[in-house]
Design a protein around this ligand. Structure first.
Ligand SMILES: [Fe+2]
Length: 344
């Protein structure tokens, strides 16, 4: 009897043990599969095309803006260099905006400059993020998913951000770190056919036509901030060009804290570009991004959105970025991306 009871207990304990073992094994396999997928997906960038229509009475010229963000460069990220080279080789681009977090570590400068090389042929503007000043530190997933501020306030930048901004400056890019500025860029309109005025067309031959690209220009007026995640954001007073209805009003910031988006929208920005969120970096089916790493609601974690504040409305493009922390080299349901925004 004692034996039977003992046996029965053993059987129950054995079944319980097996259940726990299978559950643990299943979770382990699911976790390993997710990590394997996440390691693949984070090297699988995509170019997201979005379109914005502005009030036709503004007479804003049609143009395309390439938005890159959060490259978080460190050696071995050849896929970012290859991707940007291909994007510039296969797309028409009028202007480039970069919204910061270019580095993961100090040794990222050389590959970062290689990645930016094809972009610096275009006119551009930029702001910086925390990972342009301070290198990334190991951070637990639990801490990342809970969100919050950087682990420890650092005051001495250890990243080569001045080398980066010098390269931007040499290329003629506009620094919008807590600054306002204005810039006129050339815009190539759709080619138009012009019939030749030649009088020597043979009888029966069709009139030769020459496809000519019509050129014009578009004035851009900017406001930008330093990284709100470090509380370094100081919204500048817009220049006089901001008030001209025929100028495109653009806001740039790294971390899309609502106070920055509200202030830029209140100022009358047509477009606002931001990064920082990595689109959540880990997405759950049916739920989306778990965190935005700032006070932005999760539904705005990536993509083009309409943002309203008071009586004003802006289009906000939040980039999921191209890189990851070197300490968390995984993306799930959140592919690395750049955005090609077309204005009609
Ligand atoms: Fe970032």
């Amino acid at each position: 009897m004692t034996y039977d009871v003992h046996t029965s207990s053993l059987n129950i304990a054995g079944r319980a043990f097996k259940g726990v073992a299978y559950t643990t094994l299943g979770m382990g396999l699911a976790g390993a599969s997710a990590l394997a997928w996440g390691s693949f997906e984070r090297r699988w960038p995509t170019l997201r095309h979005v379109h914005v229509t502005l009030d036709p009475s503004r007479n804003i010229q049609p143009l395309t803006i390439l938005h890159v963000s959060d490259l978080h460069m460190f050696p071995g990220q050849d896929f970012i260099e290859d991707f940007l080279r291909k994007v510039t080789a296969t797309n028409h681009i009028d202007f480039v905006v970069s919204t910061g977090d270019n580095f993961s570590s100090v040794d990222g400068l050389v590959p970062l400059m290689r990645a930016y090389k094809p972009l610096l042929d275009y006119p551009g503007a930029y702001v910086l993020g925390s990972n342009d000043y301070y290198s990334q530190m190991p951070k637990s997933w639990a801490r990342y998913l809970v969100g919050g501020h950087p682990q420890k306030a650092r005051t001495t930048p250890d990243l080569p951000w001045t080398e980066l901004t010098s390269a931007f400056h040499e290329a003629g890019w506009t620094n919008l770190t807590n600054r306002a500025d204005t810039l006129s860029i050339p815009v190539v309109l759709a080619p138009v056919a012009r019939v030749s005025s030649s009088s020597t067309i043979a009888p029966g031959a069709s009139s030769p036509s020459i496809h000519e690209a019509a050129h014009t220009s578009q004035t851009l007026s900017f406001i930008g901030t330093d990284d709100a995640h470090l509380n370094r954001d100081r919204l500048p007073i817009p220049l006089d060009s901001w008030a001209n209805q025929q100028n495109l009003r653009i806001g740039l910031t790294h971390a899309p804290y609502t106070r920055v988006l509200n202030a830029m929208t209140d100022a009358g920005a047509d477009l606002i570009f931001a990064g920082h969120t990595h689109g959540g970096q880990i997405g759950l089916p049916g739920f989306g991004a778990i965190v935005t790493n700032c006070d932005l609601p999760r539904k705005y974690a990536k993509g083009l959105h309409s943002w309203r504040y008071g009586t004003h409305q802006s289009f906000v493009n939040v980039s999921a970025g191209l890189g990851t922390s070197r300490y968390a080299q995984v993306r799930i349901a959140t592919r690395p991306e750049a955005t090609l925004l077309s204005i009609a």
